[in-house]
Design a binder for this molecule. Structure first.
Ligand code: ARG
Length: 593
């Protein structure tokens, strides 16, 4: 289905052509003076030079050609040469009725979908999740869902940090604490115990303890590096321990991500490409891409047009150890082989900008990807506390994700039960759903690259540009529909079948209808620009338009059945679009709140 604004533009272009001007001048945009008009066209201004004519004359010529338009209710030529338009009520109503019938409300989807992998989350196994990982998960999940809704084949890959020094540290600390474990007996030939010798909470305590020790004790750190090396070379006891660490951690990670409504199709990690590294290194050497510099193996990635210093991409350290780069390049190679993606999207803190620039250039230059494979890094800003500094606990430590979520759940629960009798269990459940909207919307409504202030009071408010406000609007629509259903003893489908959206009867209703009509454009832009904040801005506008309509209209008590049926259709469409949009943002609405 064509986008609403495109249909309007086409009509205006036809008018330009009919009046003897270049049709390209007829492009229409949203009005920046909504008090005067709904849409505007500045083409006559641009045409003035071309036709050596006063712009207002051109505008008048064009306006005249719109007199019998099926699209425009009014077209005004105003000085110095703008065209101000309002669209016809029946044109808008027809468009909305068509949207109701079409899959995805008429959104155009590609015949040939792109294959996309989104690399997000990126937690490090056995290290507790902290708020830094929150943004990657939230934004990545939304980008994935938007691309999928836009009709593409998308896989989300968590890309676990599961192969680094932290694993060696844990193994070393375990050996200190329980040296008698069979895993450390290098002559052991039997089976290793199926149950892990630690729980998740022990594991979470072991890593920070080991990390702290390694900073003070060089000998301890050497042992941890040795353990990492042994693990990577495949010593069976260490591998068996690693399996346990993975099993216990991944189960815990799954639980955490599930609470965030974040779901990965692929649970791959750095370890998965370990065996591909030697082959890749040989290839890079053989093709002459990689060379030794100061003992390390590197690939030059600087380009003549660079305005900043782009250091070479290091493939192997001088001791032969691989790096973060190495696993990322091997992962790219693996992904190309297994999934042939057209596009790879990475979500990390923007401090990794330069890093990804190096990796991407290296992958292109060394032909690990096709020339047309798109590599995109979305670097997000920092989540700050109210003091403008990176978010911390009250005591000043790194805030753990679980605690943060708990805090917001509690705050939401308090708000929901304030002055109200609510069933305890339902209140807890609702609090969780609303809290998630507060966290996610608070994050996603900002342009990803910007830092933002995590403000619990603001994010959990039922008013303003917040997740709870959007949910509140959805719940309001649901409750009106329920009341009408009860009143008429009908179910929604029966109501829906009999009904269609009528011409707007008020300014507020028209404004709501025009907001709805902008759905495809909003979704398309959010996809093309990988910008979930565009969806937030769209639904905030839609929710505002709905609430204004609601306050001015007595829907439930309306006596004219036709009018009321038309409103039911309008409400259902508004609700469905809002729910679709929050679903691509990664949260949902409760039935009541
Ligand atoms: N584990 C990394 C970190 O915590 C993030 C991984 C991002 N993805 C990637 N392919 N490098 O910083």
């Amino acid at each position: 289905m064509k986008k609403f604004l495109d249909l309007i533009s086409e009509e205006m272009m036809n008018a330009f052509e009919a009046a003897g001007y270049d049709r390209k001048l007829g492009k229409v945009g949203l009005s920046n003076r909504p008090d005067l008009c709904e849409y505007q066209c500045n083409g006559a201004m641009a045409g003035a030079k071309l036709y050596k004519k006063a712009p207002v004359m051109i505008a008048k010529d064009v306006a005249q050609k719109c007199e019998d338009s099926k699209v425009f209710l009014s077209v005004e030529a105003v000085s110095p040469g703008f065209l101000n338009m309002k669209v016809r009520e029946d044109f808008t109503a027809d468009y909305l009725n068509q949207m109701r019938k079409e899959p995805k409300f008429g959104l155009c989807t590609p015949k040939e979908p792109d294959h996309i992998i989104v690399d997000y989350g990126g937690p490090n196994v056995a290290k507790p999740l902290h708020v830094g990982h929150l943004r990657s998960a939230i934004i990545g999940e939304s980008i994935k869902r938007i691309a999928r809704y836009a009709g593409h084949e998308v896989l989300g890959d968590i890309h676990l940090g599961d192969w680094g020094l932290q694993m060696g540290l844990i193994i070393t600390e375990l050996q200190e604490r329980q040296p008698e474990l069979v895993y450390f007996d290098e002559n052991y030939k039997g089976e290793y115990p199926k149950d892990a010798p630690f729980t998740i909470s022990e594991l979470e305590e072991i890593y920070p303890a080991a990390s702290a020790k390694s900073k003070e004790d060089a000998e301890y750190k050497d042992r941890a590096m040795e353990a990492t090396f042994k693990l990577q070379s495949g010593v069976p006891g260490y591998r068996a321990l690693w399996d346990h660490i993975m099993k216990v951690s991944v189960a815990d990670l799954k639980k955490n991500y599930e609470n965030l409504n974040v779901e990965f199709e692929l649970w791959k990690g750095e370890s998965d490409v370990h065996d591909l590294i030697p082959g890749m290194v040989d290839y890079l050497k053989k093709e002459g891409y990689a060379y030794i510099s100061d003992g390390a193996l590197v690939v030059d990635v600087k380009e003549e047009t660079d305005t900043r210093e782009i250091p070479p991409c290091m493939i192997l350290k001088s001791d032969g150890a691989s790096l973060y780069n190495t696993t990322d390049l091997a992962t790219i190679m693996d992904r190309m082989k297994t999934h042939h993606p057209d596009r790879l999207i990475y979500l990390t803190d923007k401090r990794q900008d330069l890093y990804f620039e190096q990796v991407f250039r290296c992958a292109k230059k060394t032909k690990l990807v096709e020339p047309e494979t798109e590599l995109l890094h979305i670097g997000f800003g920092t989540m700050n506390g109210k003091d403008g500094k990176p978010f911390k606990t009250r005591e000043g430590g790194v805030m753990r994700l679980e605690l943060l979520i708990q805090e917001i759940n509690d705050e939401m629960y308090r708000k929901i039960t304030d002055n109200r009798q609510v069933d305890e269990e339902e209140a807890r459940r609702t609090a969780k759903v609303v809290a998630l909207s507060a966290i996610k919307y608070g994050d996603l409504s900002n342009q990803a690259s910007k830092d933002y202030i995590f403000d619990i009071d603001k994010f959990t408010s039922f008013e303003g540009d917040t997740g709870p406000y959007i949910l509140y609007t959805i719940v309001r629509i649901k409750s009106i529909l329920n009341r009408i259903k009860e009143q008429d003893g009908q179910n929604e489908n029966a109501l829906q079948d009999k009904t269609y959206i009528r011409c707007a009867g008020s300014e507020a209703e028209k404004a709501l209808m025009l907001e709805i009509a902008g759905f495809q454009a909003a979704m398309e832009t959010a996809y093309k620009e990988t910008a979930p904040h565009k969806i937030c801005a769209y639904i905030y506008g839609l929710a505002n338009a709905f609430n204004r309509f609601y306050h001015e209209t007595k829907i439930v008590t309306e006596e004219n059945p036709e009018k009321k049926a038309g409103w039911v259709a309008l409400l259902v469409l508004t609700r469905d679009i809002l729910e679709t949009c929050i679903d691509v943002l990664g949260f949902s609405a409760p039935e009541r709140m």
